[in-house]
Design a protein around this ligand. Sequence first.
Ligand SMILES: [Zn+2]
Length: 428
Amino acid sequence: MDSPVTPSLDAASRTDPARRRFLKGLAAGLGSASLGGGVLAELAGPLLGPGSAPELPPDFEPEKGKVRRPYRGPCAILVRFGGGVRRRETIQDPQKTYSPYLLHELTPRGTLFTRMEIVTREGVVTSHGEGTLNILTGKYDRYEDVSHKLFGERFEAKVPTVFEYLRREYDVPEHQTLIINGEDRIGEEFYTFSNHHLFGVQYRSNVLSLYRFKTYLLRRQIREAKGPEEGLEEKRRKLHEMENQDPRVAQCGSQSPPMEAFWERWRDHYGETGLVNPRGDELLTELAVRALRELRPRLVMVNYNDCDYVHWGNLYHYTRGISIMDRGLQRLVEAVESDEEYRGRTVFAIVPDCGRDDNRCMAVPCQHHFGSKSSHEIFALFFGPGVPRGRNIDRTVQQIDAAPTVGRLMGFNTPWAESKTPLPEASA
Ligand SMILES: [Zn+2]
């Protein structure tokens, strides 16, 4: 397969020497905005250091002898409305929104938190990987790339993700808990499970991405080789390299039969070239819609990201990215509503990973690495069974509140989340 792999947008914005100098100077001026404690930091207490384990909640049951129950709750679709979207172009002005479906069609159906934010605390940054893990774990943390690459985003969560909570409590197979990823963000393949000693890889979610499709193709080509085919060793080496990006899953073997069958059908439809299937966030929507139909997932996170092309310097990439996501959202909702099993039994949670900077002096508009106020300012919309309709909540809530709220709506607790209380307005 010869599909193009776009470089990481954030890495691109940071490695261009001229841009880096410009950003560095600007960061020096803004640096203090992202530091400091704030009321929430004081309330939350000190950050846990690397390797320190959180205290066990008193009512926590050990794994031994635990029987996982069948899951009968609603399906949940977490939409990361990213990468990096602030309020101004989405929910703030009905006349100037680039996401009219979200604002005009969906918000009347659910509860909109107009003032969700990312806490201002030392070590908590406003970016995609970090924001994704805030949403998935319910905890703000200081993350470092496990391969020690500057600006890398291979982060390992120390506390469980919502996927792990769900699968530890209920008998939901791995292929029914899915993260749908863009191709160029390989680091996000790491977000399927935490390093928590009571959870971890045995309760991980699976990933749908072109990266995973490529590993499927390599496995298939190796399996079907009829002799000492030219390039076989190279394919084995490549596959080994791709499957061992995350050494924590090296022992888990290859994909389950339902996942292999999913990619087989994808290959039948789109071929192997990678040139026919949709690209960017439209690809994510296509993967999600097919996954709903074929894998019947219970919990899905769709990690939209096209907005982040604004790192290359053109504001149009940002606003166009929002419009693409908005149409993707409409397709997802329509897919759910046209499916008898999902209709009326699916909860949506739509949350940006981070906001975007708002500084008119910037040569490159709408970055998100400087911790400016609007890069912390996001929103969240919940709708579906159990969520009150037509509510706009304007009190300040936290991005990490999403995880316990999803837990409440699906029927599991999130005891290691820093955010202890599900958003009460999002459940009837
Ligand atoms: Zn970015």
